[in-house]
Write a protein that binds this ligand. Sequence first.
Ligand code: GLY
Length: 366
Amino acid sequence: MNIVIIGAGVAGLSIGWRLLQAGANVTILERAQPGGGATWASAGMIALAAELETSPPAEVSFAYQSNDLWPSFAAELEEVSGHPIGFARSGALLLGNDGAMLASRATADPALTFLTAEDVRGRWPMLTGEYSGGLWAPNEAHVDNRALGRALTIAFLKAGGSLKPTEAVVNIFDYQGRIVGVSTPYTRYPADAVLLAAGAWSGQVADVPVTPVKGEMIALTPPPGEDFDFAGPVIWGPDVYLVPRGDGEGGGRLLVGATVEEAGFDTALTKGALATLRARAERVIPRLARWKLDEHWAGLRPASPDGLPLLGPWGDKPGLFVASGQYRNGILFAPAIADLMAQMIQGKAEPIAAFDPRRFNKDKTS
Ligand code: GLY
């Protein structure tokens, strides 16, 4: 079976890797560089409690399933690629100013423990900022997303995949009623199945309802001699998250994110976002005012109209699949999407109804 995947982000690479393991021939065509889009720009969070609070049950259950897959996915990937990816089950601390709401969430969810402000400061003395309590979520994790992109690229190539960077797909073509390949400015690639996994750019390749949502982020480093636990938890404060990046490349930094803005494909860095992110972070950890700005960047999240991913067949001709619209959860969902989509493309699994891209086909014809 010959598969062409459009997009070498965390989704395209991990699905391609699983398809190679299943015996398929896989070519990935990437408009820029592998792992260089939202995979590179994200904070690498494997976040359940903070980002899924308003999600429907199907998304919550998929998130829990993927979170459970992460430790073995990370171990397998590190072993195959020989490249550490910094997976850390560090837990997350969600700070807030509505103590009653925090306590009721902890009552409703046995995975969460309510902490008073005094409990929080007792455990994490640097958190001297403004909050009235917190939730401790021990099952949350994070991964070095930039290392993840590189490791997946290595694993994909080692498994025999073909990867074509800087080669954008300009057409998906069909013959006798089914999709039979894609073309780029250089050549045609015949395929038994084509998977569109181009993140925020998916809607530019085919008529899928996926649009970019910009996020600006910064990374801070401590002044010389300042003690900070970079193995500590991810911290969520009002409108901000703080991700400690420990060992390895890019270690010893605190990532601060992120803005959420519909700005098309604009990834310009703004002074306003920088000031806002710093101010929000300092409200949680005031001493961050003395930390140095190490990096400021922006990325584009792939968003669908209902906020849920598109995972399954697309269009009126068989042979085209889409894995996109992960929005804020591309890293979290990666292992579950890899397994589900690899199975589906081989005809061994059906889409999950809530994520079936054809829910948007119906809207168009009704
Ligand atoms: N998942 C982090 C973000 O979307 O900002």
